[in-house]
Design a binder for this molecule. Structure first.
Ligand SMILES: O=C(O)CCC(=O)C(=O)O
Ligand SMILES: [Fe+2]
Length: 316
């Protein structure tokens, strides 16, 4: 149950004109982001870049058009990595359908996906997916830059940015006519470094803050993006940041459309030495993100849900 008295997620405005390196608003954004991620594993970023030229409406119209395609077409979105390709009626989540474009900041990848869905072509869709992916990648990079700077490790930021790739997922949720459950996406932590979620006006995303047993609900708005720390960020940060446990509930009759941008890293991931000290002894050995995904994939359903999976995989 979501308690009426539940605290709200921190909200951080990243659209401000004066948010420039070296300014006091930049320094306070650095601080706010680190505190939010350390205390909540998540925050709401206010970012207005979808609003220009009615672009946000085009995004959700495109999602509707995509999910209206026949089931056998959507099932052509195949990717062996976990939660990268089509998930839907074939999965154990009857209320949830998802599709994904890996490396979505590249136009060719968006075109490849579009060609699978619309062999006759749909130039507009690939443009929209590509533009959306790049807007949200820019937001993710801003968040990372602020976070690295607040830890005093800005010298590592460019290489981090250079090794980041993005999976864009399109999500649709609706109330089931037959099932009694309203749990559309069961509680989990993401295997990404960070994830950025955006949805239409329909509520559903709930998040649990560190060590708490209360669910906080997210109230969507056209300029709100939920930034969620994934398990990889938790290991990288030496447990300073806890990955955020979250789920999706569908209650009403309205269809919920959402988009998730998941950041993954190439190459070996290790905790920067600046984040290791007497108070924070090293918790995780260096690891590879793709191998972590394979480990996750080969785990039993029970281990997949284990909050200690990172410790089992690469704990010191
Ligand atoms: O639909 C959402 O807002 C959340 C989706 C999600 O948690 C995921 O795809 O990992
Ligand atoms: Fe998730």
């Amino acid at each position: 149950m979501v308690l009426e008295t539940a605290p709200k997620l921190p909200v951080i405005d990243l659209s401000r004109e004066d948010l420039k390196p070296g300014t006091s608003s930049w320094r306070s954004a650095c601080n706010d982001i680190r505190l939010a991620l350390e205390e909540y594993g998540s925050f709401v970023a206010v970012y207005d870049k979808l609003l220009a030229s009615d672009f946000r409406k085009k995004v959700f119209d495109a999602l509707e058009e995509l999910f209206d395609l026949p089931q056998e077409t959507k099932m052509k979105n195949v990717n062996p990595k976990p939660a990268h390709g089509y998930m839907g009626k074939i999965s154990v989540l009857p209320l949830h359908e998802g599709m994904g474009i890996e490396y979505a900041t590249n136009l060719e990848e968006c075109e490849k996906f579009t060609k699978l869905m619309w062999p006759q072509g749909n130039h507009q869709f690939s443009e929209i997916a590509h533009t959306y992916a790049n807007i949200v990648a820019e937001l993710q990079q801003l968040v990372m830059r602020l976070l690295f700077e607040s830890y005093g490790i800005e010298k590592h930021y460019e290489s981090h940015k250079g090794s980041t790739t993005y999976l864009l997922r399109f999500l649709k949720y609706r109330k089931s006519q037959t099932d009694r459950t309203n749990l559309a996406f069961k509680g989990h932590t993401d295997k990404s470094f960070v994830s950025i979620l955006h949805s239409n006006h329909v509520k559903g995303l709930e998040l649990r803050i560190k060590d708490g047993d209360q669910w906080l609900y997210f109230d969507p708005s056209p300029t709100s993006f939920v930034v969620i720390a994934g398990d990889v960020c938790m290991a990288w940060s030496n447990d300073r940041i806890q990955s955020c446990y979250h789920r999706v509930i569908v209650d009403g009759e309205e269809v919920r459309y959402a988009l998730g941008m998941f950041a993954f890293l190439n190459g070996t991931i290790q905790t920067p030495e600046e984040l290791i000290d007497d108070e924070h002894p090293l918790q995780y050995k260096p690891f590879d993100h793709q191998e972590l995904l394979r480990f996750y994939q080969s785990s039993t359903a029970q281990n997949k849900g284990d909050r200690n999976m990172m410790k089992v995989y690469c704990g010191v």
